[in-house]
Design a protein around this ligand. Structure first.
Ligand code: MSP
Length: 490
């Protein structure tokens, strides 16, 4: 039976397989996973796609270096990426590899639609090409370095199929106007609009200089340009040519780093328009995680790896840090000191301590079952008010992808509960009937606050919140709670 639920389809970029994930890749993927969990708790049927970008010169070279065929190399790498995502609690619904048959079919189908609709032609192309970024650099001269990665460009001449990107200047500008929230955040939007206003050159979308790619049917040795290949993966993952059956296309949200926004907001919608397919609803560009104010890179040797952090502090600590520490959309600095401080103050001493203290007192005084509240005093109601406000604030902020603010609201409720316990001192009370009744109210109130914050924090801290849920003996599962109905229960 078809689901009645509203649908939500979101994606991470598909990652290059010539290396392993670092904290930058982890960031996008954790954000996507948190949104996926959140949307589910808001009643959506959600599909989240991540995957691997497996073609291109870099992979060809990496495989050569490893002394194995490309197909074997990428298979190994895809397994490694998947395994790490599993360890970090990433619950992607689709993992697309660009060597998957379902993807190859989709790329070839899309190209056929371009041809049928008159948007491709053959031509000669000479340009300055960055083999690391897999992109020709417009306006570069021979001998220039790549403006993105700083490495030397190579002059390449070849016969290509060209995509008539120039025909899409007006349709794109009209599209941005009609869909003002397509590009987020706002500052990026202005950047893209002026880029498109500056004029669009046709784009070569096949290569003859490259061997490791998806063949253009009947046109060997042409293979598809990696960015055309890669972007199409979003569609391949949810049905490709039969996308209508799954009902997930167009995507609701593509999450990307600011370095790849042009591919997603100019090329990708133009490709889809040329094929007369629906265009995604939103592209959200986040900033970079920097190390000492520069972008991390293998060549600089300043790459932060996620696995040791997760092994040491738990996957939730890393997830929390990534979402709490930077404003989504802006660059942020990575620092181990900040990570450990956050872990200690917010997770171990904050949520962890409140949950274990409360559970221990419920165990000791009420045999492990949350007691019913007795008569309420103003300070009990004041805490209820704090929690109710935190629900509104946290959800409103999360909805706008203001993750740091959302978590801040949740943690201010935790801090208020800490203060409440410190001033009420239930541990200092006797076992007299009056004191037991007061203790029941205090512990009920604290447990209720914990229930609320646990639900709110679940998308970011899936592991910890499950543990707290069980510790407090709450019924059902925390991920099964519907956020729309979340309120303080009297
Ligand atoms: N394969 C392409 C994407 C194709 S999507 C159709 C690609 N891959 S990548 O592995 O190089 O990068 C993927 C994502 O990781 C990009 O969104 C990029 O912004 C992000 N990050 C890489 N380093 C990063 C940081 N240091 N900080 C935050 N994100 C960064 O590009």
């Amino acid at each position: 039976m078809p689901s009645e639920k509203p649908k939500f389809y979101l994606t991470t970029p598909i990652y290059y397989t010539n290396g392993l994930p670092h904290i930058g890749h982890t960031y996008t993927t954790v954000v996507a996973d948190a949104i996926r969990r959140y949307k589910r708790m808001r009643g959506y049927e959600v599909v989240m796609t991540t995957g691997t970008d497996e073609h291109g010169v870099n992979v060809e070279r990496a495989a050569q270096k490893a002394g194995i065929p490309e197909s074997e190399y990428v298979a190994k790498m895809a397994v490694a990426w998947r395994a790490l995502w599993d360890e970090l609690g990433i619950a992607a619904d689709e993992f697309i590899r660009t060597t998957d048959l379902r993807h190859v079919r989709t790329v070839q189908w899309l190209f056929k639609l371009f041809k049928e609709n008159g948007y491709v032609y053959k031509g000669q192309y000479t340009g300055q090409y960055c083999i690391y970024d897999n992109a020709f650099v417009n306006d570069a001269k021979p001998g220039d370095n790549c403006p993105d990665c700083g490495r030397p460009l190579e002059t390449i001449t070849e016969e290509n199929y060209f995509f008539k990107l120039s025909a899409f200047q007006k349709p794109l500008l009209d599209f941005y106007k009609k869909n003002p929230t397509f590009i987020q955040p706002e500052t990026r939007k202005n950047e893209i609009i002026s880029f498109v206003e500056g004029g669009l050159k046709d784009l070569s979308i096949t290569r003859t200089t490259l061997r490791w790619g998806i063949p253009v049917p009947g046109e060997e040795p042409h293979v598809f340009y990696v960015w055309f290949d890669a972007l199409t993966a979003y569609l391949s993952a949810v049905g490709g040519p039969e996308y209508e059956k799954r009902g997930m296309w167009p995507a609701d949200l593509h999450l990307v780093g600011k370095d790849i926004i042009r591919f997603h907001t100019v090329y990708w919608p133009a490709f889809l328009m040329a094929a007369m397919l629906p265009v995604p609803k939103q592209v959200w560009a986040h900033g970079w995680f920097l190390m000492d104010a520069t972008k991390m890179s293998k060549s600089k040797g300043n790459v932060v790896l996620p696995r040791p952090i997760a092994n040491m502090l738990g996957m939730d600590a890393m997830r929390y840090f990534l979402l709490r520490e930077v404003v989504f959309g802006q660059d942020g600095n990575f620092s181990y000191d900040a990570l450990v401080t956050r872990y200690n103050s917010d997770l171990a001493n904050g949520l962890g301590n409140l949950a274990s203290r409360t559970a221990a007192m419920i165990e000791k005084n009420f045999g492990g079952k949350i007691p019913k509240s007795g008569p309420r005093l103003p300070q009990d109601d004041a805490l209820a008010k704090v929690a109710s406000e935190a629900i509104g604030e946290a959800l409103e902020r999360f909805e706008k992808f203001e993750f740091a603010r959302s978590l801040e609201a949740i943690w201010s409720a935790i801090a208020a509960a800490d203060k409440y316990l410190t001033s009420e001192q239930p541990w200092a009370m006797s076992d007299s009937e009056a004191d037991m009744q007061r203790k029941a109210t205090i512990l009920w109130t604290t447990a209720e606050l914990l229930r609320v914050v646990t639900v709110l924090a679940h998308p970011v801290l899936p592991d910890t919140t499950k543990k707290v849920w069980t510790l407090l003996g709450q019924p059902g599962t925390v991920c099964g709670v519907e956020l729309d109905g979340l309120s303080w229960e009297h």
